[in-house]
Design a protein around this ligand. Structure first.
Ligand SMILES: [Zn+2]
Length: 162
C-alpha cells in the first residue's frame, strides 16, 4: 500500500514517493516491529474520524443527488433513527477501515519514514540497503538502486567511521 500524497524530499531536494512499511519489511527481511516505532506509523483515530465523517457526508449527498437526478430516493432521513444508524454505519465502517490501513501501512509523516528507514540502513525511497555505501563529496549517500541522496549520518545521529 502506497500513500501517494506522502512525499519525501531527499538531501538534494529531489522528491520521491516513500517506500511503504510493507515494502520495506519485504525488501529488508526485517519485522515490522524492528523497523518502525509506534509513533512513526499513521494515526488510527484522527484518520478514522476525519475520513469516516467525510465518507458518510458524501454518501448522504450522493443519496440526495440520486433523488434529484433520477428520482430514486435513497437519501438518508436524518431525523429518523434508521437514517442516523445508516449515517454512523458508513462513518464507522469506512473510517475504521481507513484508520486501520493508515495504522498498518502508512507512515505518520515523511520525516518519520526517512528516520525509520535510515535507522535500519535502508533507502527511504526504495528500501535498498545503503548503510554500506560511501558518502559522496557533499556528504550525501546516494542510493545505487534509485539515485535518492540521503545524509544518513545527520539523520541517524552517528558519525561516519573512517
Ligand atoms: Zn533507493
Amino acid at each position: 500500500m502506497m500513500f501517494a500524497w506522502q512525499k519525501l524530499v531527499d538531501a538534494r531536494g529531489r522528491k520521491w514517493s516513500p517506500c511503504s512499511i510493507r515494502q520495506a519489511c519485504i525488501a529488508s527481511g526485517y519485522s515490522r516491529e524492528f523497523l518502525v516505532r509506534e509513533d512513526e506509523t499513521g494515526r488510527f483515530w484522527s484518520n478514522a474520524l476525519i475520513l469516516g465523517l467525510v465518507y458518510a457526508i458524501l454518501m448522504m449527498l450522493f443519496g440526495e443527488l440520486t433523488g434529484v437526478l433520477f428520482g430514486i430516493d435513497i437519501s438518508m432521513d436524518f431525523l429518523s433513527l434508521p437514517g442516523q444508524v445508516q449515517f454512523w454505519g458508513y462513518a464507522i465502517s469506512f473510517g475504521g477501515a481507513m484508520g486501520l490501513i493508515n495504522k498498518f501501512y502508512g507512515w505518520r509523516k515523511s520525516a518519520a519514514a526517512v528516520r525509520a528507514m535510515i535507522r535500519a540502513g535502508l533507502c527511504p525511497a526504495c528500501a535498498y540497503r545503503i548503510d554500506g555505501c560511501e558518502p559522496e563529496a557533499d556528504g550525501c549517500t546516494v542510493c545505487p538502486e534509485c539515485g535518492a541522496a540521503w545524509r544518513i549520518y545527520e539523520i541517524d545521529g552517528t558519525t561516519p567511521q573512517d
